[in-house]
Design a protein around this ligand. Structure first.
Ligand SMILES: Cc1cc2nc3c(=O)[nH]c(=O)nc-3n(C[C@H](O)[C@H](O)[C@H](O)COP(=O)(O)OP(=O)(O)OC[C@H]3O[C@@H](n4cnc5c(N)ncnc54)[C@H](O)[C@@H]3O)c2cc1C
Length: 381
């Protein structure tokens, strides 16, 4: 199944025409055929890897993308950057990577011209909490009683206690992709890698419709691992569909992301959903899923009972069987890396993953932060 976003996202609507055009520049007339680094895949992981390689002084960087930037999961994600919600629930290594990446998102906001559209966010988790989270909460967690929550979120039904974690973030992922990509020397869209050639433990050529590219190093960031002629990369993976919905502007004011009710966007709209549609093999937005998102939101905030959904879409999370990403060298190839299966947190993890890959490429040493995400021994090989 294609992992392209279906439906109409709010992210596209929020962009200026110039920002939208920057996501699909086509193939440059003078596409470099011998870049120092070639990145394959223009989602958040690929764009962040390309930017990090440039910043690490890896030399000339070219990124190729089969569709337009963000045409996969990255362009349809909710854009939440909330590592602390994973504390105690997911492995420590994932939380550490998320915290490091959130810090890098903040750095990018100040270092990238015009910023990356990073917005500060408080995250609220409503009781009951997952047992593992309550047993080992984030250091910055503040526990709120039901009366305090009622003051912060008037009309919430039922009135329950909550945990508040300040200092999290969110982005419009398409805006971030565009701003980040503006700093990459060459981006080619509508340009899929179709095959590779290898020799003596090195990847020496990548075929594309725009011709053959012979890079010094390659990073594959194609969501799930790439299936290319000539590349022997067999890792179990799949896609998990998810729906998101955005309301018309509403009078309710939420204090941030209220999990799992909704997050307020800039103009008073609410973003809700992020369903895990594991059994849904269809390729379209399903009205009944959108209606369930709407009615769940209205059940938690009864003043929204007649609220109208203005934007609805679905996309597919790349996933490995253990739900954790891979950040690793391609087995048997000294100059090729891949990162895949970022599942529910690839927008968050982009900057730290990209920086780790860039360091690995330039220093030829695996950074400790990503050691837990090697593929070896994780799946029956
Ligand atoms: C409903 C939903 C909500 C989500 N919310 C969040 C969230 O709030 N926060 C968060 O951190 N994460 C979230 N995620 C997860 C996040 O979207 C993904 O983990 C992340 O986008 C994966 O990024 P990626 O770059 O690895 O893959 P993708 O975004 O899929 O990018 C891969 C790109 O590679 C291209 N490609 C593939 N093959 C080739 C080829 N041969 N040649 C050239 N290009 C190729 C594709 O066209 C695609 O653009 C959400 C996901 C879903 C579905």
């Amino acid at each position: 199944m294609s992992a392209t976003v279906r439906g109409a996202t709010i992210w596209t609507v929020q962009l200026e025409p110039g920002e939208l055009a920057a996501l699909d520049p086509g193939v440059p007339e003078t596409l470099q055929r011998r870049p120092d680094v070639l990145v394959v895949g223009g989602g958040m992981l690929g764009v962040c890897a390309a930017v990090a390689c440039r910043d690490a002084g890896a030399g000339s960087v070219v990124l190729i993308e089969a569709g337009r930037l963000g045409s996969g999961a990255s362009g349809g994600a909710a854009g939440m950057l909330v590592p602390e919600a994973h504390q105690g629930v997911d492995p420590d290594a994932l939380v550490d990577l998320g915290r490091a990446s959130l810090a890098r998102w903040r750095d990018l906001e100040t270092s990238v011209p015009g910023g990356v559209g990073f917005l500060d966010l408080d995250w609220f988790g409503l009781a009951p909490y997952p047992e593992a989270f309550a047993a080992d909460p984030p250091p910055t967690a503040e526990w709120l009683g039901a009366a305090q929550v009622q003051r912060l979120i008037p009309g919430l039904a039922p009135a329950v206690p909550a945990v508040r974690v300040p200092g999290q973030g969110r982005v419009n992922p398409l805006r971030s992709l565009g701003r980040l990509a503006a700093g990459i020397a060459q981006v080619a869209t509508g340009c899929a890698a179709t095959a590779v050639r290898t020799r003596a433990g090195r990847l020496i050529a990548v075929s594309t419709p725009a011709g053959v590219i012979t890079p010094g190093a390659v990073v594959f960031a194609t969501g799930v691992p790439p299936r290319l002629d000539g590349l022997d990369l067999r890792v179990p993976s799949g896609l998990v569909k998810g729906h998101l919905a955005v309301t018309e502007p509403v009078p309710v004011i939420l204090p941030g992301m209220v999990a799992s009710v909704a997050t307020q966007l800039e103009d008073g709209r609410l973003l809700a959903g992020g369903t895990l549609d594991t059994e849904d093999a269809t390729a379209e937005v399903r009205p009944e899923v959108i209606e369930r998102i709407r009615s769940d939101m209205a059940a938690a905030l009864p003043s929204l009972s007649g609220v109208r959904i203005t934007h609805r879409w679905c996309c597919w999370r790349p996933r490995h069987p253990d739900g954790l990403p891979i950040i690793d060298r391609v087995p048997g190839l000294h100059n090729a890396w891949f990162t895949s299966g970022h599942y529910r947190t690839g927008i968050l993890m982009g900057p730290a993953t990209g920086a780790a890959l860039a360091r690995w490429i330039t220093a030829d040493e695996e950074p400790a932060l990503v050691k837990p995400f090697g593929q070896h021994g994780r799946f029956s090989e």
